[in-house]
Structures are given as structure tokens and as C-alpha cells.
Design a protein around this ligand. Structure first.
Ligand code: AHM
Ligand code: MG
Length: 318
């Protein structure tokens, strides 16, 4: 099952659809393949960020199905020319974790898709919507290279709102093939993932939660710590193995580090679709209504039971 056929099948569930969504997704996949080939060729880090952004925007605009694009790389949103416009808005981080490139750690592209309401001129408000209004979200992870391109694995994880599916790029076909159908995150995990170097500045509930991961009070075993420092890699592991990924607020960064529209929302969407949860420290992450396109938010996401625990600690604070 290629991703193309998968998306067409999904689309056939909606008789009113005209194929626009499939065309858009095919262009997103094409964008990911371009980024992937640029990463393989090992361009310089700075150039790779810029290149990935350009390539991704071109792939989206040429689909003829987009109207507003928000990229981590661009201060302002891009409004597509009326003649080449469609109804979809795409928010994306073309190359997240790029500081990791030179040591071969996995990096990736993250994306989310909204639709503009009918019959009005698209405005920024069309993308300043809560994450629960996304129609689809996903990421493509570009695996680390082993002596050139021979050992690369590229995974594309996608949800169109009815579960999560994982595809792997088959280099001989140049196609993403369904390898992880209906991904479900374990209800409880054994791993926590956080930058503990920031612990000195954490708030009470985060500090207490991490303490409990290391010194459980209920007789359970301590959790293992795994932190790559590349969100796609850390979230991918969390999705497959279970556990919790945290990028909390701290005294220096009261809103955390990660961006709502193209980091927090797509990953939260995938987590919920896989049976997990995503929480900001105050509310369900997908209920957040962003007021700026590059807004940040603290985020705690992963296995249902693990997120439930941190929710209880934050709720007890109020
Ligand atoms: P970037 O968009 O500048 O690449 O930063 C985002 C990355 C995420 O991939 C990762 O989860 C996080 O930054 C790690 O941050 P830190 O180095 O503070 O732990
Ligand atoms: Mg980023």
C-alpha cells in the first residue's frame, strides 16, 4: 500500500470531496522527498534550512490547493496568489532539529492542515484556529546517514483524523509504503523525555513529575530517560514505545520553546489520534487558540496515563 493509494482510499470515504485533499497531500509528500534528498546530499546546515523551506513552499504552491502557508522559517505568512489558490492552509516546520544535522541525528519536517471557511477572503484568522480544527497532521523523519545514503530510513507519520499510520520510504521505488498501520501509543510508558539541563528553572509540577519518574512513590520502577533533542525523533519514539515527552515552561522561557502552530499542534493531533494525550500545563493542547502565528506553548504529550499524572500535578496547583 503506497501512501498515494492510502490517501486516495481515505478520500473515497468522503463522496463530496473532489480529490483536492489527495492532491495536496501528494505535494506535501513530494516536498518531503525533496527535503530528504537535500539532507542526503549533506548541504550546509544554514543552507539546508533555507533550501528546505523554499522547496516545501514551491511544492505546496504548485499543488494549486493552498491559500495560506505558515512556515517556521518565515516571519510572515505567505498568501498564495488568487489565481493559484485552493482552500487549504498549511502550517509547517520544514526542517526541525537542524542543529543536529552535523552529527547525523534524525531531523524532520512537521506539518498541519486547516481549511478556510467557504466564501470569504482568506485572512490570518484562518490559521489562528485551535489545533482540534486541523484536518490532518504529520511529520516526516529523515534518518541519520550511515556512510552516504545507504542506510537511510525515512518515516512519514500521518493522521487525517481517523487514526495514525506510518509509512517508510522504499528507496528502490521512491515511494512511501505503509509499514505501521493504525499506530496506537501504549497506555502507559517507561520512558520520559525532557531537557533536564533546564531543571534549575522549572516550575513545581514539572519538577515534581520528573522527580517521580526517577523516584516513584508507588513502588513502580523508575522510568528511563531518553532525549535526542530533535522533536521528531523524540516524538516518534514516544509514539511507538510509549512514555512522555515534555517541553515545559521555565523561568527563562515562560511559554516553553516549541511553537504552537507547527510543532505543538501537529504532534498533539497525532498523539490524540493514537490514543494518547497532549496537555499544555493549563489545558488540552488542541483547545489552545493561538493569537500569533509563531506563538509558543509548554507541552506534555504521550501515553494516556503518563500525561494524566502530570495533569493531576498541574491541576493540584490551581
Ligand atoms: P529548532 O526549531 O530551532 O530546531 O528547535 C526545535 C527543537 C526541537 O526539535 C527539540 O524538541 C527542541 O528544539 C530541543 O530543544 P533544547 O535543545 O532546548 O532541548
Ligand atoms: Mg522547529
Amino acid at each position: 500500500m503506497t501512501i498515494t493509494r492510502f490517501v486516495l482510499n481515505e478520500q473515497s470515504k468522503y463522496p463530496e470531496s473532489l480529490g483536492d485533499f489527495s492532491i495536496l497531500l501528494n505535494h506535501i509528500v513530494l516536498g518531503c522527498k525533496f527535503v530528504c534528498s537535500a539532507v542526503n546530499k549533506g548541504e550546509e546546515q544554514k543552507k539546508l534550512d533555507v533550501l528546505s523551506n523554499e522547496v516545501f513552499i514551491k511544492a505546496l504552491v504548485s499543488s494549486g490547493r493552498t491559500c495560506i502557508l505558515v512556515s517556521e522559517e518565515d516571519d510572515e505568512a505567505t498568501f498564495v496568489e488568487p489565481s493559484g489558490r485552493g482552500r487549504y492552509c498549511v502550517v509547517f516546520d520544514p526542517l526541525d532539529g537542524s542543529s543536529n544535522i552535523d552529527c547525523g541525528v534524525s531531523i524532520g519536517t512537521i506539518f498541519g492542515i486547516y481549511m478556510v471557511k467557504d466564501g470569504h477572503e482568506p485572512t490570518l484568522n484562518d490559521v489562528l484556529q485551535p489545533g482540534k480544527n486541523m484536518l490532518a497532521a504529520g511529520y516526516c523523519m529523515y534518518g541519520s546517514s550511515c556512510m552516504g545514503a545507504m542506510m537511510m530510513v525515512h518515516e512519514l507519520v500521518l493522521s487525517t483524523g481517523s487514526g495514525v499510520n506510518g509509512f517508510s520510504l522504499d528507496p528502490s521505488l521512491g515511494e512511501f509504503i505503509l509499514t505501521h498501520p493504525e499506530i496506537k501509543i501504549p497506555k502507559k510508558g517507561k520512558i520520559y523525555s525532557v531537557n533536564e539541563g533546564n531543571a534549575i528553572n522549572w516550575d513545581g509540577p514539572t519538577a515534581k513529575y520528573v522527580e517521580k519518574c526517577k523516584f516513584p512513590e508507588d513502588g513502580s520502577s523508575a522510568k528511563s530517560l531518553r532525549y535526542v533533542g530533535s522533536m521528531v525523533a523524540d516524538v516518534h519514539r514516544t509514539l511507538l514505545y510509549g512514555g512522555i515527552f515534555l517541553y515545559p515552561a521555565d523561568r527563562k522561557s515562560p511559554n516553553g520553546k516549541l511553537r504552537v502552530l507547527y510543532e505543538v499542534f501537529p504532534m498533539s493531533f497525532l498523539m490524540e489520534q493514537a490514543g494518547g494525550q497532549a496537555f499544555t500545563g493549563k489545558q488540552r493542547a488542541l483547545d489552545l487558540v493561538p493569537t500569533k502565528i509563531h506563538e509558543r506553548s509548554p507541552i506534555f504529550l504521550g501515553s494516556y496515563d503518563d500525561v494524566e499524572e502530570i495533569k493531576a500535578l498541574y491541576n493540584a496547583e490551581e
